[in-house]
Ligand binder design. Sequence first.
Ligand SMILES: *Cc1c(COP(=O)(O)O)cnc(C)c1O
Length: 359
Amino acid sequence: MINVTKSYLPPRENLDRYIDRIYASGWMTNNGALVNELENRLKSMLGVDFLLPVANGTLALQVAFRVLGLKGSVVTTPFSFVATTSSLVWEHLQPIFADIDPETFNLDPAAALKAIRPDTSAFLPVHVFGNACEVAAFADLAEERGLRVVYDAAHAFGVFAGEESVLNYGDASILSFHATKIFHTIEGGAVIFRKEEDYHKARLMINFGISGYDRVDQLGINCKMNEFQAAMGLAVLDEFESLHQLRRLLWERYRLAFNGLQNIRLQKTGPLFENNFSYFPVVFESEEKMMEIRNRLNAADIFPRRYFYPSLNNLCYIGESQSCPVSESLASRILCLPLYAELDPADQQRIIHTITELL
Ligand SMILES: *Cc1c(COP(=O)(O)O)cnc(C)c1O
């Protein structure tokens, strides 16, 4: 069975080297040595100054909203994983959906501008499938309107333009380190702030607001990453470069096979930021065609996924109906094809062949 992704398990002896350190120290959580080491390695690898590991990516969003003091409504994209919207609603913020660009699949800055309401406090765009948003346009809009920008960068691990990380835009960005993501800690995530003071606030917030012995300085909750999560992260990080190269080859093979074909569209990536080869979405002419191709692949034990469906403006707990025709149309016709470092190139050929045959 071939799924859209396969969680990467590092060689057992590599993971054990890190776990041995936990057994030696007896320290399992609360600002441990492995979490600190992971924080430092990620900061230098990703080119960011203030990165805080947390328990998962959804909590990273919630912490970012709290630290930045968002209130009222937030203009966001309908084309993302459900956590982008659910984290807002969970924090009593109202999502306002603005439509996406049909080519890049990202929140359209012009549509986002039109969607602003008197109580809007922020934009929440997503670098969907690792494709960087129009970060300069959102920076200008935010400045003009006095709004915050939080990027859901769950897919944008290691996305750069030259030396510049995409994570350095906005007031905060979040990453997800869920087992299905290209870098993972089983469950986990991180929040990246532009300002040092926000990072320090978040550090207290994720540990109940405790600032020292017998001291609680602010409201907090528990979002800490533990040492076992960090051990997995460090072991995966050791292999990341070679995994990235394998994924790049697979991504380029898909691209070569489908680019320019009549009845299929690909995400327009770049030109500024390089993609991280984490997903390969393909868009068909109609929902019927997509279903036909999915059924044929399923019959061969191949399971691409409808990322992302439904369009989030249609979630059952969004009270007011907000129409986003571009996102709804895309969501109904898109499939993400299997893409992971260990995917056998022969299996990939089978996938490509099955699809092109039915086009
Ligand atoms: C995976 C993901 C999240 C949530 O991350 P978790 O670590 O699973 O909580 C948020 N946003 C997007 C776009 C994601 O893909």
